[in-house]
Design a protein around this ligand. Structure first.
Ligand code: PEP
Length: 252
């Protein structure tokens, strides 16, 4: 039985005061919640303050990105050890905005994945196709290529520390959510790929989140799909009620 996992990606949003208020609201509203893992990934400059606000709560701390080198002359970058030092448990890797706006490649994501695993951060590795790739019938090829590239050299044991997020690029921040059938088809393909590349045990254990315009009113049916184990949430993670509304969708 895979434990559901809902994570919020705050992206480059909020100011310090509103980020703190959001974290405090989530800490309060998630009190006593059981049977689900929750996390938020604030902008890196707020990670420290948000970690303090979430201390002792049911909401774990994550980062939106990390650099693969341990230290040195890498202006503007942040290391795995620095994020661990601030209490981060998770790191989002290969988000489509990093792939398509910032030009991150599978090879770079792969280096970051290995650095995160070696340093004790749990990677949330994102994969997802563009609209023209879906329309050209290439969705599963893209997913396979990103999976193999981003996860190259990851051992069976390490795979147990990875979460995969399927995020169709055309559904991110657009209000166009994938239908439960469209999402489940890709999640099942990812589960089969895990079995092909690793084994049945790994395929059954790894959590696969869906991301792309998840809101309280569409979460229940998405989260009810057999291979959807949670959600990576952008816009709706910026409001306590909406994020907690998505979490509530797990129990409906
Ligand atoms: C995301 O940023 O990962 C995301 C899924 O965004 P949104 O929920 O806003 O589509």
């Amino acid at each position: 039985m895979r434990r559901p996992f809902i994570a919020g990606n705050w992206k480059m949003n909020l100011d310090r005061a509103s980020a703190l208020a959001l974290a405090e609201g989530l800490a309060k509203q998630s009190k006593g919640l059981d049977g689900v893992d929750l996390a938020v990934c604030p902008p890196s400059v707020y990670v420290d303050a948000i970690g303090r606000a979430l201390a002792g709560s049911n909401v774990a701390l994550g980062a939106q990105n990390v650099y693969h080198e341990a230290n040195g002359a890498y202006t503007g970058e942040v290391s795995v050890a620095m994020l661990r030092d601030l209490g981060c448990k998770y790191v989002i890797l290969g988000h489509s905005e990093r792939r398509h706006i910032l030009g991150e490649t599978d090879a770079e994501i792969n280096k970051k994945t290995h650095a995160a695993l070696a340093g004790g951060l749990l990677p949330i590795v994102c994969v997802g196709e563009l609209l023209d790739e879906r329309e050209a019938g290439q969705t599963l090829d893209v997913i396979r290529r990103q999976f193999d590239g981003s996860l190259a050299g990851v051992s069976e044991e390490q795979m147990g520390n990875i979460v995969i997020a399927y995020e169709p690029v055309w559904a991110i921040g657009t209000g166009k959510v994938a239908s439960p059938t469209q999402a489940e088809e890709v999640h099942l393909a990812l589960r089969n790929l895990l079995q092909e590349r690793y084994n049945k045990g790994v395929a059954e254990a790894v959590r696969i989140q869906y991301g792309g315009s998840v809101k309280p009113d569409n979460a229940t049916v998405l989260l009810a799909q057999p291979n959807i184990d949670g959600a990576l949430v952008g816009g709706a993670s910026l409001k306590v009620d909406q994020f907690m509304g998505i979490v509530a969708g797990l129990t409906k």
